[in-house]
Write a protein that binds this ligand. Structure first.
Ligand code: GCW
Length: 675
């Protein structure tokens, strides 16, 4: 009896886990009006979720009838839906669920309800969790893994289940339908029985929200886990090992999504270890999952110390293999050619692979962007990448269109985001990190969505309620809230990424962060003897008495040649290369004349200075938002912004003083920027 009592107590505690503390993400509870859901579709897990969400969040007329209808319709693709004020139509049950979430979002944010048809840009919208089986998270800044734990890896608790459900619900509310639940630096143990059993338990909780589970696998698993002599992708024993292992996985999880592979990169094993190609490796796994409808996401993040310009390697390795991959393989390409830097030009692989499906990989966790301290809204960065014209199939061949099936025929399409989620009660460490999770889902659903709309939606959903609960405040009038909270905070979010570029790596500088493992803060001086040259910052900025920047022109590494004209010529000439990418592509003298008329040195200094001013203005904006925010989030974010302001000053001083030893020029006087 006593035991039962305690179990019940535990269960209740678990179910209210993240609910109690007010960290409800953008799904904050509202008093809902009664609603009747009418549906002819046969009851299923997803339909039950859709109904439950409607009942939980309905803000329309009390007692309304809402019709959920499954129907075939030429206008509806994949999980798309058609919306009116009281009906959702879709071709799939997942589509009904996404339609319901959209209807509720529109009710809450005051947008018109008769929205017509909305189809997802990508078939698969997937989070990559870099979660290790011991519960740690690589590049995670929000606590331990929500999926794995060190000591009790296999005991699935009620608390685990509640957490996974809350996580999946948040995913589904923004259209995310896949989760890769372990690190791409994968352990061979992932495919062992106990870990697969836990994977099944996770999949069971995610399923009612339409989120499929995927696994990252180590390419050498046949040898390391299976005890085979080799993991050569063409070896018959290896082929049958993967087939059997895959069967075992699908027997546990019939709707398992497939595999993600980081191969021949940063010490990970891969097909090249056996003299085979990426295509041999990817096709091996693709054939194993094909009978079950599974996918293989094969990462193109490859580079080695031998390469003179790391930015070129992925293109060099993958372009010759175009057309050699099975149609259930998608090549997963980071947005830029190096590594999630505050700003990179788009990876030249986008659009260059014409007979192979390619998917963008964005990093939601802020590895190089102040981690869980700095407030950086990433939608503008992703919008910039997706909107970049590759010219690969004529003007208008944007990264978005080259990956979503609009330009090239491709059987499957997907977009991945490296998650920023952990056990922290607010899920993401910095409260505003939630906005990046939200933004990823929204952009994966609609890759032409504007950052401004995403910011507006997220702020309304996340803070509108809190204005009424802020330290005994009466609810502000909507006009007042719009003018004094929504408008300035939208501006802040939209400016925040450029501010981070300004105070850390302006004008195309990159990889000048501390090169110790943590990647936090400045480190342009890093050049330890034993470290790989291609990991240490002097390699990337090349600062010397004669100037600064990495020469990737035709006279240098010739990385420009990987871009289609007119970009190659535009990037190759410092007179036409956009300022944003100047030092990415060019090594230029300190007194180089910029488009502004200033010297490169002065321009650099002013960008750093501007970044510092911008963060100080963010602090003022937030301070003025106090009446509209609950005390807890207000204080937390205020502290984070204070720390960010310190970070910005540190970046500015460290970088300018470091570069000054080469430029030998005075630092120009600070200019108060207009906001
Ligand atoms: O950005 C680098 C990170 C590694 C990461 C790697 C990758 C998972 O520093 O931590 O490893 O990229 O994307 O594979």
């Amino acid at each position: 009896m006593k035991q039962l009592f305690f179990s019940l107590l535990l269960l209740c505690g678990a179910l209210t886990l993240k609910a109690e503390d007010g960290h409800q993400l953008w799904l904050r509870p509202h008093p809902a009006a009664p609603v009747t859901v009418v549906s002819a579709a046969k009851n299923s897990l997803l339909l039950a979720t859709a109904k439950q969400e409607l009942q939980r969040g309905w803000q329309g007329a009390a007692g309304a009838n809402v019709r959920l209808t499954i129907k075939k319709d030429k206008a509806l693709r994949n999980d798309g839906f058609r919306l009116s004020a009281t009906s959702v139509e879709a071709a799939t049950e997942a589509g009904l669920l996404y339609g319901v979430f959209e209807l509720l979002r529109r009710q809450q944010t005051g947008q018109p309800l008769a929205a017509g048809v909305s189809n997802p840009s990508y078939e698969l919208r997937v989070l990559n969790h870099w979660d290790n089986l011991d519960g740690s998270v690589e590049r995670g800044y929000a606590g331990q893994s929500i999926f794995w734990r060190k000591d009790s890896a296999f005991a699935v608790t009620a608390r685990d289940k509640a957490l996974w459900q809350a996580y999946a619900r948040a995913d589904a509310s923004v259209g995310i339908n896949g989760a890769v639940i372990n690190n791409v630096n994968s352990s061979p143990q992932m495919l062992s029985g106990p870990y697969l059993a836990r994977t099944k338990a996770i999949a069971d909780e995610l399923r009612p929200f339409g989120v499929k589970v995927f696994l990252s696998v180590k390419f050498s698993s046949p040898a390391l886990l299976g005890g085979l002599k080799t993991s050569d992708p063409l070896d018959p024993a290896v082929i049958s090992w993967w087939k059997n292992k895959t069967k075992e996985v699908y027997a546990l999880i019939p709707d398992f999504g497939g595999f993600v592979v980081k191969a021949s990169s940063e010490g990970q094993p891969g097909p090249q270890d056996y003299g085979r190609t990426h295509a041999d490796g990817a096709n091996l796994l693709a054939d194993a999952v094909r009978p079950f409808g599974g996918l293989v996401m094969w990462r193109a993040f490859v580079y080695s110390p031998a390469d003179k310009d790391r930015a070129k390697q992925a293109y060099n390795e993958f372009v010759p293999l175009d057309g050699k991959f099975r149609d259930n393989v998608i090549i997963q390409v980071k947005n830029g050619p190096i590594d999630f830097q505050p700003r990179e030009p788009f990876s030249p692989l986008f659009g260059a692979l014409k007979k192979t499906a390619v998917m963008p990989e964005f990093q939601i966790t802020q590895e190089y962007l102040g981690q869980s301290t700095d407030l950086v809204f990433l939608a503008p960065m992703w919008e910039e990448c997706l909107g970049s014209d590759t010219y690969q199939a004529g003007p208008g061949s944007t990264v978005a269109r080259c990956t979503d099936g609009s330009v090239y025929p491709q059987r499957h399409s997907a977009m991945a985001g490296v998650a920023n989620v952990g056990l922290a009660t607010n899920w993401t460490g910095q409260d505003f990190g939630q906005a990046n999770w939200y933004a990823f889902g929204r952009l994966a659903w609609n890759n032409t969505m504007k950052s401004s709309q995403i910011a507006d939606e997220w702020l309304r959903l996340t803070f509108a309620e809190s204005a009424t609960t802020a330290a005994g405040q009466p609810a502000p009038a909507a006009a007042d809230w719009n003018a004094h909270f929504l408008a300035p905070m939208t501006q802040l979010l939209l400016a925040s990424r450029e501010a981070a570029v300004n105070y850390s790596m302006p004008l195309g500088l990159h990889h000048i962060m501390s090169a110790t493992y943590d990647h936090y803060g400045p480190g342009p001086w890093w050049a330890p003897d034993k470290m790989r040259a291609d990991w240490t910052p002097p390699y990337y900025h090349q600062a010397a008495a004669n100037g600064v920047g990495f020469d990737r022109t035709t006279a240098g590494s010739n990385a420009v040649s990987q871009y289609h004209e007119p970009l190659a010529a535009q990037f190759n000439d410092p007179a036409t290369c956009p300022d944003e990418y100047l030092l990415w592509f060019h090594h230029l003298p300190w007194d180089f004349k910029m488009k502004s008329g200033r010297t490169l040195w002065d321009e650099l200094a002013l960008h750093y200075d501007l970044g510092v001013h911008q963060v100080r203005q963010f602090q003022q904006t937030w301070d003025a938002a106090r009446p509209y925010v609950d005390a807890e989030r207000f204080a937390t974010v205020q502290n984070k912004l204070r720390a960010q302001s310190g970070n910005a000053v540190l970046w500015k001083d460290a970088c300018l003083l470091y570069f000054q030893q080469f430029s030998r020029l005075p630092i120009p006087a600070s200019v108060e920027p207009p906001m």
